[in-house]
Design a protein around this ligand. Structure first.
Ligand code: HEM
Length: 276
């Protein structure tokens, strides 16, 4: 048997360094800060996965926002390839987001109960990053902004998202510029489906003249499906760990979450499928 020579990476960066100095890797990804952010409040071992899962999801919410913001801007500029590439990257991030529920897959009600009272009224419902995604999707609700009255920077970012056209609004505006009969008008209210929009997508999917826009419809559907998947997995996690008890954020819990999981994102892309 011969001896394979294993290539050694460059280790010289550590030589002669003053004690306490970290590696370039640790500096680049801010490892010390990252690993100093998990502070369970109980002795329950499962609480650490709860905190890590939440933090991972928060990071992914922001990553997805980054991609959807690029996509929205590209749609505004009629740059379909850039929009599709950003949506595609976002879709992969959404897949990781959905899979992150596995981290909480085995948590029992007893484990959850042993630290639940220690986080008081904290609820993911208060997540500004999640709300930003909701606004980008067109699920706007100005009343929720009062949660951030004490956080002007966060609130300003959300007000901007509330006032600006969402991802779907920009997609519909692009459809209109490409000759479909649409009078896009974005609003600060929750998006409501319309027959006019359904008719436009129907033509995209059935008329060769508009076939180049079909990949946009499919990319938006990929986004929509994964948003619902996240909501469904959240619902299962809630059902498994706290059943039908009320939520820490003050909602009815399961009933409220079930209603939101049942609402299709970008609704016309789903309804027109009856006829395709
Ligand atoms: C087993 C663990 C979890 C339970 C039992 C749970 C429970 C709940 C409940 C009952 C609600 C409804 C609002 C309320 O009254 O509090 C809610 C909302 C929410 N939770 Fe969780 N949650 C869990 C894990 C997570 C994690 C890890 C995240 C990641 C950030 C998260 C993010 C959210 C978000 C964003 C909402 C608002 C949903 C919406 O507006 O549709 N949850 N959660």
């Amino acid at each position: 048997m011969g001896h394979d020579t294993v290539e050694t990476p460059n280790l010289s960066f550590g030589r002669g360094r003053t004690p306490g100095r970290s590696t370039p890797y640790a500096q680049y990804v801010r490892l010390d800060e990252l690993h100093s952010l998990q502070h369970p409040r109980s002795k329950e071992p499962a609480e650490l996965s709860f905190i890590v899962t939440t933090q991972v999801m928060e990071l992914l919410f922001d990553l997805i926002r980054h991609e959807w913001t690029i996509a929205r801007q590209a749609l505004r500029e009629d740059d379909l390839p850039t929009a599709l590439a950003a949506l595609r990257r976002g879709t992969h991030a959404q897949d990781v987001l959905v899979a992150s529920w596995d981290l909480l897959g085995t948590m029992t009600p007893q484990e959850f109960n042993s630290f639940r009272s220690l986080f008081g009224e904290a609820s993911g419902f208060q997540s500004a990053a999640f709300l930003h995604l909701e606004f980008l999707l067109g699920n706007k609700n100005a009343a929720l902004l009062t949660m951030y009255d004490g956080m002007p920077d966060t609130q300003d970012g959300l007000v901007e998202a509330l006032r600006s056209p969402g991802l779907y609004d920009e997609a519909l505006a692009l459809l209109a510029r490409r000759g479909l009969e649409l009078s896009p008008a974005h609003s600060e209210q929750r998006y409501r489906p319309s027959e006019e929009v359904a008719a436009a997508w129907r033509r995209v999917y059935t008329e060769p003249e508009f076939a180049a826009l079909q990949p946009l419809g499919e990319a938006l559907l990929d986004v929509a499906e994964r948003v619902t998947r996240w909501r469904q997995r959240h619902l299962s996690a809630v059902k498994r760990t706290m059943g039908g008890k009320p939520g820490s954020g003050g909602s009815s819990g399961l009933t409220w979450l079930r209603k939101s999981a049942e609402q299709d994102v970008f609704p016309e892309l789903w309804t027109i499928r009856d006829e395709l």
